[in-house]
Design a protein. Sequence first.
Length: 86
Amino acid sequence: MSDDGGLWLLALGPAGATSLYWFLYRYYRNTDKSHAFERETAVDAKPVTGSDQKVDEVKGTRETRIRGDNVSAYRERVRRIRSDSS
């Protein structure tokens, strides 16, 4: 039969796609070579320090803007960085 000769070519497509997928998966994921942070890293936890200080209290949603915002003051929000070397 002459059809048997082309059967390997037909099977080459899915086999090639599967091997390419597996190669790319192993290359980019490389799970066997990755660093296991949870097992290999020691983290010493320390107590949290600091203080809480109540500044102000706003009840309800009557104010539509935040006091002291700088939305309209573009020049104050964004400053050009000047280099001293010029």
